[in-house]
Design a protein around this ligand. Structure first.
Ligand code: GLU
Length: 291
């Protein structure tokens, strides 16, 4: 029997939700309804410096106000760090990660003299591999001395461990599936655990999507490229492959992507102003029809 469809809406509570989140939640709800599936809610709050409980509370109120119907319990990634540590330890045992002691400044110093230095799909410079070349003795000594470090994937080793080409089933916003070839090498030796938080978005998202048995991932197209890395991690960790439905991003009147940093109208402010929810749905539906 095919698995019963399970979807999730997974905002990061590092600010108040805005219309872009409403659109993503709407896309999730519509697909869950169309597939006769279940919608779950997960707060991706691994970053203690940016995520606040008040954002979780207000987001719950916003989503209820919008009429999004999720089933409990609501997950919070900040409570799931041990599960991410298990996944990282597995990759480490496979010899596919290494500790990285570099600061952003260290990386910038290597890269700044080379204007043609390759960049990842988010436009960050690819990691120059400095700590990949440390001797085992130096790594052990620096770790024993308590020197702060994150962990990176050794992309070349990971790709040779996973020799079969990877891809995923992509629906965009249509019912027709296409198969997309994954290209995880675009991300280089990506960070899998940060210095300040013992995980990263990439590890947490693949571990939780598997733990919650998510079959269909509906999220913004800004995460399309990251799916290549997620597929690699899923394959290495032997996690199931979900289908992906990347949707377009809602833009403001000047064509900029809506972001918390640009002071986009928050759902909270619209809710407090007594805005008619039906009008919000209609305006989001209308934007769907724009190309
Ligand atoms: N937490 C991410 C965000 O708010 C979404 C992650 C995902 O859907 O995979 O942008």
């Amino acid at each position: 029997m095919p698995a019963s469809p399970i979807l999730r809406f997974a905002p990061s509570p590092d600010g108040f939700l805005h219309l872009g989140h409403a659109y993503s939640a709407l896309m999730n709800q519509r697909l869950a309804d169309r597939l006769g599936g279940t919608l779950l809610l997960r707060f991706e709050d691994i970053d203690p410096a940016r995520c606040r409980p008040e954002h979780v509370d207000e987001s719950l109120a916003d989503l209820a106000w919008l009429g999004i119907r999720w089933q409990g319990p609501v997950w919070q990634q900040s409570t799931r760090l041990p599960a991410y540590a298990v996944a990282l330890a597995k990759l480490d045992t496979m010899g596919l990660t290494y500790p990285c002691f570099c600061s952003r400044g260290d990386i910038a110093r290597v890269v700044e003299t080379r204007p043609d230095w390759p960049r990842d799909p988010d436009a960050s410079p690819l990691y120059p591999g400095t700590c990949r070349h440390l001797t085992a003795g130096t790594r052990t000594a620096w770790q024993a001395a308590g020197r702060p470090h994150g962990r990176r994937i050794d992309m070349a080793a990971a790709l040779s461990h996973q020799p079969h080409p990877l891809g995923w089933t992509e629906y965009r916003e249509t019912p027709e599936a296409t198969r997309v070839a994954a290209d995880p090498a675009l991300w280089g030796d990506a960070l899998l655990a940060r210095k300040d938080v013992a995980t990263s978005y990439h590890i947490a998202v693949v571990v939780d999507d598997a733990a919650q048995a998510i079959t269909d991932i509906v999220r913004g197209e800004d995460l399309f490229a990251a799916t290549s890395l997620h597929r690699l991690l899923q394959a290495l960790l032997r996690l199931p492959e979900p289908a992906y439905h990347h949707h377009r991003l809602i833009r403001d009147l000047s064509g900029n992507k809506l972001a918390k940093s640009r002071n986009s109208a928050t759902l909270r402010s619209l809710r407090h102003a007594g805005t008619d929810v039906t009008a919000i749905w209609q305006s989001l539906e209308a934007r769907r029809d724009e190309t």
